[in-house]
Design a protein around this ligand. Structure first.
Ligand SMILES: Cc1cc2nc3c(=O)[nH]c(=O)nc-3n(C[C@H](O)[C@H](O)[C@H](O)COP(=O)(O)O)c2cc1C
Length: 169
């Protein structure tokens, strides 16, 4: 399984959250790439089974500035057959709380990606954001593992997972 975690962050909170996501996804059998959106092009997404995007919200419910050109590039890309999920930091003191998360989720759907979890919106005032996001990411990895079992070997079910464990990258 290959996953990419892409983040856009101005003051660093979403970047730290994205590190926690990448760490939580790094389980045996998975390759995880963790990248700033500034250094990422939409064409790269082809190489991954799971795409996770983390973006904070700025202005009046807008994408974090580094995500704006990337989101434009996404419009020409097909992500059919890919799984995807979105999270981001924001503040409930603003009327459009974490609106960037909704914008990116819609873009991913428009590209044909399948959204595999409820988007996670982290208020910068939460007490334990890193625990919350680690649980969220673990849920995604479990969903992905179950779906790869179904895709790879529908006849064998759970038993077929065992030989794959321990071959971790
Ligand atoms: C000028 C300004 C505008 C903001 N606009 C929003 C907004 O529309 N919605 C929201 O949820 N948060 C908004 N925020 C809060 C930021 O998203 C929040 O500080 C977040 O933690 C920044 O994450 P980052 O460090 O990953 O960039 C705004 C903050 C500032 C300073």
């Amino acid at each position: 399984m290959r996953a990419i975690v892409i983040y856009g962050s101005t003051t660093g909170l979403t970047e730290k959250l994205s590190q926690s996501v990448a760490t939580s996804l790094l389980i045996p059998g998975w390759y995880v790439c963790h990248k700033n959106v500034k250094d990422t092009h939409a064409a790269e997404l082809n190489g991954y089974d799971l795409i996770v995007m983390g973006c904070s919200t700025w202005g009046h419910g807008e994408l974090q500035e580094d995500f704006i050109p990337f989101e434009g590039e996404l419009r020409g890309v097909s992500l059919k057959g890919k799984k995807a999920s979105v999270f981001g930091a924001g503040s409930k003191s603003y009327p459009h709380f974490c609106a960037a998360v909704d914008i990116l989720e819609q873009s991913l759907k428009d590209c044909g990606a399948q959204i595999v979890s409820t988007p996670l919106k982290i208020d910068e005032g939460y007490e334990a954001p890193f625990q919350k996001i680690a649980v969220w990411a673990k849920d995604i990895s479990e969903t992905m593992s179950r779906s790869s079992l179904r895709t790879d070997d529908p006849g064998k079910g759970q038993e077929s997972l065992a030989p794959d464990l321990g071959l971790g990258v």
